[in-house]
Write a protein that binds this ligand. Structure first.
Ligand code: BEZ
Length: 348
């Protein structure tokens, strides 16, 4: 334990020094000309992933709106470590902004599990529409107490099931299958309830785990499936839309608070435009990527009857709506947007 703490501390100190050295020039030029700034942005995905492209778009908009005063420097593919490291760097302002998976952030803020309530967003369009609601904004605001300001949610698409050798038509097909999930209690609960053997691991370990048979498959979005090429080892894809998968686009509060009101408005607007662009792109990609996956030989099927999965859905939703009022309000709103009125845990 002691060893782990000191290893994390050393890693953190190293990363902080690295970023300060790397940006030494921009810090001194900021001091000379307080209007200029380079925003360092980190995330865990490849450069082909929509989250990276959204950060490129953010940089373009920022440069345009600030008339060249603001630029970005991007650190994709976990170059600056894991997401827990980003949070430490964001708190101190050594990192300016990041795109953080809702998977990781939901382990720090319970209400963010609202996005992972199973079978709540059958299409990515419905998940994106939910971001416009007060209930969704309330989730973003919970980030304030963690030293970051939420600029918005960016989706990587809905999650589906990829297995090495079979499709999934009912939970029976998952019996005993080792399915890679993100390290998230709600995902663990859902997959255990389905009868699978959920195995938490970071994305960077999944390719080898599939190759070596440590896992039989995974729950994954289409974009990551394409960009990480998991289909080279596992080629049975069942389109389930069982969960949606947003990331949080955040900026260090320390950095944000040092900006003038005008510059804060520029950051907000650039983020709004980048997110709007990314959302449209994600909707397009859901269809295009599925076609590309079929073209490279992935076998695809869709679930026609969801009723065998409803027990797991209800179990997870009942548990989490009881635990957290923001989650309860969120799912009731999501149902309302779909024209359904369902009140959870009334009178409990
Ligand atoms: C994952 O861990 O499954 C994941 C992380 C980032 C983007 C897409 C997928």
């Amino acid at each position: 334990m002691k060893k782990k703490i000191s290893k994390n501390l050393v890693q953190f100190i190293f990363l902080t020094i690295f970023l300060i050295l790397l940006t030494g020039c921009s810090i001194s030029s900021t001091a000379l000309n307080s209007n200029k700034k380079e925003f360092k942005i980190a995330h865990v995905t490849q450069e082909t992933h929509i989250w990276h492209q959204a950060s490129v778009k953010f940089g373009e908009e920022l440069e345009k709106l600030s008339e060249g005063r603001f630029t970005v420097n991007l650190y994709p593919s976990s170059q600056l470590g894991q997401e827990k490291d980003y949070m430490l760097l964001l708190e101190t302002g050594a990192l300016d902004a990041a795109i953080l998976t809702n998977g990781y952030m939901s382990t720090r803020e319970e209400s963010l599990n609202a996005w992972f309530l199973p079978f709540t967003f059958p299409t990515i369009e419905e998940a994106i529409a939910m971001t416009e609601t007060e209930e969704s904004q309330a989730l973003l605001e919970t980030l304030n107490k963690q030293g970051v300001k939420g600029l918005g949610f960016i989706f990587a698409g809905n999650r589906h099931i990829l297995l090495s050798d079979d499709f999934v038509h009912s939970p029976d097909d998952l019996d005993g299958k080792k399915v890679r999930i993100l390290g998230s209690p709600i995902m663990q609960m859902f997959w255990e309830h389905l009868g699978a053997g959920p195995t938490a691991m970071p994305l960077s370990e999944v390719y080898t785990a599939l190759q070596t048979g440590v896992i039989d498959g995974m729950d994954i979005d289409l974009d990551a499936l394409m960009t990480e090429k998991y289909y080279e080892t596992a080629d049975h894809l069942t389109i389930t839309n069982h969960m949606t998968f947003p990331a949080l686009f955040v900026i260090s509060k320390r950095v944000y608070n040092e900006l003038s009101k005008t510059d804060q408005a520029i950051v907000d607007e650039a983020a709004k435009r980048a997110i709007a662009w990314a959302n449209e792109e994600t909707i397009k990609r859901e269809t295009e990527t599925l076609k590309k996956l079929k073209d490279v030989g992935v076998n695809v099927t869709e679930i026609e009857d969801f009723s065998p999965f409803l027990d797991a859905k209800e179990h997870v939703i009942n548990t989490y709506t009881k635990k957290n009022e923001l989650i309860k309000r969120f799912v009731e709103k999501a149902n309302q947007l779909r024209g359904e009125k369902v009140e959870y845990n009334k009178g409990t």
